[in-house]
Design a protein around this ligand. Structure first.
Ligand code: WTA
Length: 653
């Protein structure tokens, strides 16, 4: 790309608001000042191996010490080579040994309102029993266990039991289809399938076991199915293959010592979508992953023993792996785990939970925040949220207006917000404010964590200047990084390492502003290029969402004869009817917020923005609709994408 084109990359979103942490927060924080952050950052920069060596010795239990901190051959890296540890030991036994076994590990609430709590000692016992149950089915080190379960404590127990005995789990979000399960099981060569009789979803029962039965017809590697009784519905049963969870753990030994595992042993694989249709099995390790999840949790969530921490994600996604189970539990945190939906039985369910369990740290997604805004403040105002002291977001950029709402309505204006940027591939948080140190700007994930070295380059691989967008890369290895795509080394190299030699390619575009703050501008293919001006979809969306009539919107590029690309936006409205007048008003609004170059050519109104099951906007589908490659109803009035979205779901999800 020439200097001229990079020079046209526009800094269209300007955010002046700055929110420094309060003195009160900083004075008690794990990292309480930018000086302290800088010291850590510099220590890692100057001696990466020494930095992680010091932390790893302290933070993980070693059955056998490692002899080499980091071994690097091209894009293949190994951390803590020669050492042996066990993630389940670090999450459970370590706390019992330290005398904290009576601390609550999980506070769980099911969708119908049923409740359970487990101390670390109780969780340890459940994990040991289930690990022995798995062993009795012949599961051992390196075997793949596929997990398709509701958000019950047993899901966490299953994950911890697998890593306890060196089995590799592959958690599949319990909304995926039989086809998707079969694809993943076949790719992973799964030996055992864990599931439940069913799942509660907004008062209905989803037949998980039936979906698994269908999937297993197409994934013959699975020898055993373990079924948790959750909803007591009728299910089909295959004698010899199927086992009830409660029967499996009845007769086994309660003692199951954690197996010492090589640092680089695969702990789990997790499938995620790439730019092609076939999902990638992202492979994570034992020591490096464990350390990354723990350390980032402690730094960013400023965790203290009396916190009640709630991550609203599902364990089917990386956020659930790293920030419901492995990060918080390695730290010894008390975690709220919730099975249901945010609007069942009513739109105040989350706030009811925060009040009831006196949640102090809440970690959720911008898509949820936008839904809450749409549902109305009255659902929030009914509840006492004063226990909250820290808020977080993950999964996509947060529009500044949604950030402000979260800050004011949920955080009462007093809670720092950590906007955490990371990926399935990175294992844990990479860029985020440190709540006791970093002054936040709504919409920016601020700065890299210690040990993270981002670079932003243009297409000719030259570093870009201030406020110029480019490809976000990570130039040095970090312990939590993925080690491969399951069974596909070539794709691993092609997707992440080929484009920018020596660096990990994130697939995101980003820019750094004049204060050294990072702004994620969406996926590389989400950038719209209008008459040579690059615009990020997030920036256009933020402008629109700041208009009162817009509940949620998605911007995509569509082909345009003169401009190359034009902007098409899909908007869902709150409290107003679609009209030509409103369309013109919105165009003016964008012109005012960003400038003429960002004014969308098309504005289309829709009932809801189509999303994948993980809550990501289905941009490929919208691009097709915007380009006229796919038709939906009458384009001048409200469109309902639900049917099309269903068809596209497995493709994009
Ligand atoms: C996007 C989720 C902006 C980004 C942990 C990334 C974000 C992809 C943020 C990874 C954020 C995640 N700001 N964008 N704070 N967090 N993303 O693998 O495009 O489901 O590459 O991991 O989500 O999604 P994944």
């Amino acid at each position: 790309m020439s200097e001229k084109t990079t020079g046209q990359i526009d800094n269209v979103m300007h955010e002046d608001r700055l929110f420094p942490p309060s003195e009160e927060f900083s004075s008690k924080a794990v990292i309480g000042s930018m000086d302290q952050y800088q010291q850590l950052y510099d220590a890692a920069a100057n001696d990466l191996e020494g930095f992680w060596d010091g932390i790893a010795r302290e933070d993980l239990h070693w059955f056998e010490p490692y002899d080499t901190v980091l071994k690097q051959e091209g894009h293949n890296v190994e951390w803590f080579v020669g050492g042996k540890t066990n993630i389940s030991y670090n999450c459970l036994d370590a706390h019992i040994v330290a005398g904290n076994g009576d601390r609550t590990a999980i506070i769980w609430e099911g969708e119908p309102g049923d409740q359970r709590t487990l101390t670390y000692t109780e969780l340890h016992a459940e994990v040991c029993k289930f690990a022995n149950g798995l062993k009795s089915l012949g599961v051992g080190v390196g075997d793949v266990v596929s997990i398709y379960m509701p958000m019950t404590p047993e899901l966490a127990i299953a994950m911890l039991a697998c890593v306890r005995i060196g089995a590799i789990h592959s958690v599949i979000f319990a909304g995926f289809s039989a086809e998707a399960i079969a694809d993943r099981n076949n790719d992973a060569n799964a030996k055992v399938q864990l599931t439940s009789d069913g799942l509660y979803r907004r008062g209905k029962v989803l037949p998980l076991k039936a979906t698994v039965d269908e999937a297993l017809e197409k994934s013959p590697t699975v020898e055993h199915v373990v079924v948790l009784k959750r909803v007591e519905n009728e299910i089909a049963w295959t004698e010899g293959r199927d086992h009830w969870w409660h029967e499996l753990v009845e007769s086994v030994d309660a003692d199951c010592p954690a197996t010492p595992l090589d640092s680089e042993a695969t702990s789990f694989i997790l499938y995620t979508s790439g730019s092609t249709g076939k999902p990638k099995g992202i492979r994570h390790t034992t020591s490096g992953y464990n350390l990354w999840a723990k350390k980032t949790f402690q730094w960013v969530f400023d965790w203290r023993p009396d916190d009640v921490y709630w991550c609203t994600a599902d364990c089917g996604w990386i956020t659930g792996h790293s920030y419901i189970v492995y990060g918080p539990m390695s730290a010894g945190a008390t975690c709220l785990m919730f099975e249901g939906a945010p609007n069942y039985p009513a739109e105040d369910r989350f706030w009811d939970l925060v009040e009831k369990y006196k949640v102090t740290i809440m970690y959720t997604a911008p898509t949820a925040i936008r839904a809450f805004i749409k549902w109305g403040d009255e659902h929030v105002e009914k509840h006492d949220l004063s226990s909250l002291r820290l808020l977080g977001t993950v999964g996509e950029g947060i529009n500044p207006e949604a950030w402000m709402w979260y800050h004011e309505k949920i955080g009462g204006g007093k809670c720092p917000i950590v906007d955490t940027w990371w990926q399935t591939e990175t294992g844990g948080l990479m860029m985020s404010p440190l709540p006791g140190a970093t002054a936040t700007k709504p919409g920016s994930c601020t700065k890299p964590l210690p040990g993270v070295f981002p670079t932003i380059v243009d297409e000719s691989l030259q570093p870009v200047g201030e406020n110029h967008g480019g490809m976000l890369c990570i130039s040095r290895p970090w312990p939590g990084m993925l080690r491969g795509i399951w069974g596909d080394d070539e794709r691993f190299f092609d997707v992440y390492w080929k484009t920018v030699p020596g660096s990990y390619l994130t697939g995101d575009n980003a820019r750094i502003d004049e204060d050294g703050y990072y702004w994620i501008m969406g996926r590389i293919d989400d950038v719209i290029n209008v008459s040579g001006h690059r615009l990020s979809t997030i920036e256009v969306e933020s402008a629109l969402v700041s208009h009162d009539a817009i509940a949620e919107c998605a911007a995509v590029g569509r082909p345009h004869d003169l401009k190359g690309q034009a902007i098409a936006v899909f908007c869902s409205l709150k409290g107003v009817e679609p009209s030509e007048e409103l369309r013109q008003e919105l165009k003016l609004h964008v012109r005012k917020e960003i400038g003429a170059l960002a004014v969308p050519d098309d504005i289309r109104f829709t009932d809801a923005i189509p999303k994948t099951r993980s809550g990501k906007i289905m941009r490929r589908l919208l691009r097709d609709v915007a380009a006229g490659r796919k038709a939906v109803g009458d384009t001048s009035t409200l469109e309902d994408f639900s049917v099309l979205a269903k068809l596209a779901e497995d493709d994009e999800g």
